[in-house]
Design a protein around this ligand. Sequence first.
Ligand code: IPM
Ligand code: MN
Length: 362
Amino acid sequence: MATTHRIAVIPGDGTGPEVTREALKVLGHAADLGGFKLDCQEFDFGGDRYLRSGETLPDSASEDFRRHFDAILLGAIGHPGVAPGILEKGILLRLRFELDQYINLRPVRLYPGVECPLKDKGPEQIDYVVVRENTGGLYTGTGGFSMKGTPHEVAIQSMVYTRHQVERCLRYAFDYARQYGKKARGIGAENTLALVGKTNVLTYVYDLWERAFHEIGAAEYQDIRRDYYHVDACCMWMVKNPEWFDVLVTGNMFGDIITDLGAITQGGMGIAAGGNINPEGVSMFEPIGGSAPKYTGQGVINPLAAICAGAMMLQTLGEVDAGNRIEEAVKTVTGTKLKSLAAGRMGYSTSEVGDLVCEAMG
Ligand code: IPM
Ligand code: MN
């Protein structure tokens, strides 16, 4: 009997539903070709539901996902009628935390035919992956105010990491580098993992990261080359010499920041996808871009990031060939069809782009 993967779908806000529809179209085609089944169930979490009911996420949601689903596909969260932070924290961050999706995997890969803002850089130079720690650091919300509203008000927001959190993230990154590094993919002499930190200023947190990085690397991953970059310098090299990178690993906040820079070097939010991964549990895949309210409902938004998120989902579910097939089809479409990746300038509508990817898959 064919394998069935149970997928919870959260189309979300703004253009989320439009791009999710195309991702599901492509995933359905991949399933037909690959001989497996996707059993998709939609959830209406997002801004409209919040405005209607006052609820961001029902308390039962995480437990439901954990029990009844193999993965989650998310469109976009963010609504112009809801104050910033409510939906992001109440839905996206809450799911990442409650489902313990401690890895945020964000490939930075320039596909053929995609316009890149970096001079003289092409797909050969821009081809690396950021492993962002996804449940700790500044995102834990540890902190508070004192003397609020007075001229002497104090605000504290702490970067909190445990050895356990750091170790599990590093091990994932080392394993990833061993399996998908540049040597493993036949395009480099070594598999390299670089830690991105700030050991010259954040002398507690990144000291812990650095010690764990070298201890684990020396003991368990001698085949993987270890590099280190301060995060500020890393931003510079991401622009000047992205070809130096293979797999990068970093804490939550730095990972958030550098992956937006990475995304623009791979063609922007129309193409950048990420996976919130719990290697032992339920993972959630999403385009990195937001809900783009101004393009909602016009059929002009680029669905490729959502489609790439779907490809990552299949790869993580073990349907590696099917995921790769989607990725190859996306490359064909960027390389031979689309005029631009920008909303409204693709030369095709949102649903036509989904059709083109299906066609290119054969
Ligand atoms: C991201 C986003 C989120 C983050 C926001 C929306 C909470 O920027 O996925 O990178 O900061 O992690
Ligand atoms: Mn971000």
